[in-house]
Design a protein around this ligand. Structure first.
Ligand code: ADP
Ligand code: MG
Length: 315
């Protein structure tokens, strides 16, 4: 199969339909109808084999992950996901691999109602770039900029699971928790929560590099500091059963890849925010926004906990 057969036989039929796709895969570009009055939210993320996912990760999981990490960025903007493009570089035309990859990618996109509207296909080391697009009323968009001293800091779901799953993946002789592993292979973008936080959260980010590092981006964008209480960090039973308490805390505070939403809101909105908490998407208050610029992790007695160098950084 050459690359064009691959696109038309495998990718195009799975691309999904939306009424606002005026022209999808098959021409030089796509034509899309944007809802009047809304801002276009655009995000992109590249996954490089061996760097962003283990080389032995299943093709279907890679596809899911490539979609999910982008939907997570749209969620953190408060946007409604609509469209995506896929720039795919792979070593050889392996039909079985590609079929599984597309199944994982499109399953994740279908759940969010996203149509694949174009892309590019090239030969080379396995690298996947997805660009996702959505829309949000400009005045309700969520950014890193609006946190104010006195606001509370919240996070969705549980933290550290993906980092724990990845650590177990790489360790040779160890108990492996399927639950933790799936937090890495199948991140669940918090799309509904992001939209529910429109006009409610003062700042928002998705946790991809690690909680403290990502809260640091809100702190920088908003020119504020934060105090985060370690015992309040939501840890799953699976993480607590798999690791000693200090390791679990380090995973939760600095491990990346959770794709939960971390956000701030005025204290007066706390009730409405905690009202969004449900079984599928817990919401926990983990600290407060203060004047200053540092994000500090504190023990219950207020003493600072130093975990050493922060979250995961590429360079
Ligand atoms: P061009 O040469 O004009 O850039 P291509 O031959 O690369 O066009 O692509 C033909 C059509 O297939 C375009 O609509 C493009 O968006 C789509 N396409 C190519 N690769 C992919 C891919 N990996 N995923 C989705 N659509 C793709
Ligand atoms: Mg062209």
């Amino acid at each position: 199969m050459n690359e064009f057969d691959l696109i038309y036989d495998l990718i195009a039929p799975a691309a999904g339909h939306r009424d606002d796709v005026l022209l999808g895969i098959g021409d030089d570009g796509a034509l899309l109808r944007q809802p009047p009055g809304e801002a276009l939210a655009v995000v992109a993320d590249t996954l490089v084999a061996g760097r962003h996912f283990p080389l032995d990760m299943a093709a279907e999981d890679i596809g899911w992950r490539a979609a999910a990490v982008n939907l997570s960025d749209l969620a953190a903007m408060g946007a409604t996901p609509r469209w995506a493009t896929l720039a795919l570089t792979f070593p050889e035309a392996d039909e079985a691999w590609l079929r599984s990859f597309v199944r994982g990618l499109m399953t994740c996109f279908e759940r969010a109602g996203v149509a694949l509207v174009g892309g590019d296909t090239t030969r080379g080391p396995l690298t996947i770039t997805v660009q996702a697009m959505g829309s949000v009323p400009l005045e309700q968009s969520l950014t890193r900029r609006g946190a104010q001293p006195g606001d509370l800091v919240f996070v969705s779901g549980t933290l550290g699971d993906a980092a724990g799953g990845l650590a177990q993946w790489h360790a040779s002789e160890t108990h492996r928790s399927l639950e933790l592993r799936e937090r890495f292979t199948r991140p669940q973008p918090r799309v509904a929560l992001g939209q529910a936080l429109r006009g409610l959260a003062s700042a928002c980010i998705d946790v991809s590099d690690g909680l403290l590092a990502d809260l640091g981006h809100i702190a920088e964008g908003s020119r504020v500091g934060m105090r985060i209480t370690a015992v309040r960090l939501p840890l799953s039973t699976a993480l607590r059963e798999s690791f000693d308490a200090p390791v679990a805390l380090r995973c939760a505070a600095t491990g990346g890849d959770d794709y939960e939403l971390a956000f701030t809101a005025p204290a007066g909105e706390a009730e409405r925010i905690l009202g969004l908490d449900d079984e599928s998407c817990p919401v926990t208050c983990i600290g407060e926004v203060v004047a200053g610029e540092a994000v500090v992790l504190c023990a219950a007695d207020g003493a600072t906990i130093d975990l050493g160098p922060g979250g995961f950084q590429h360079f």
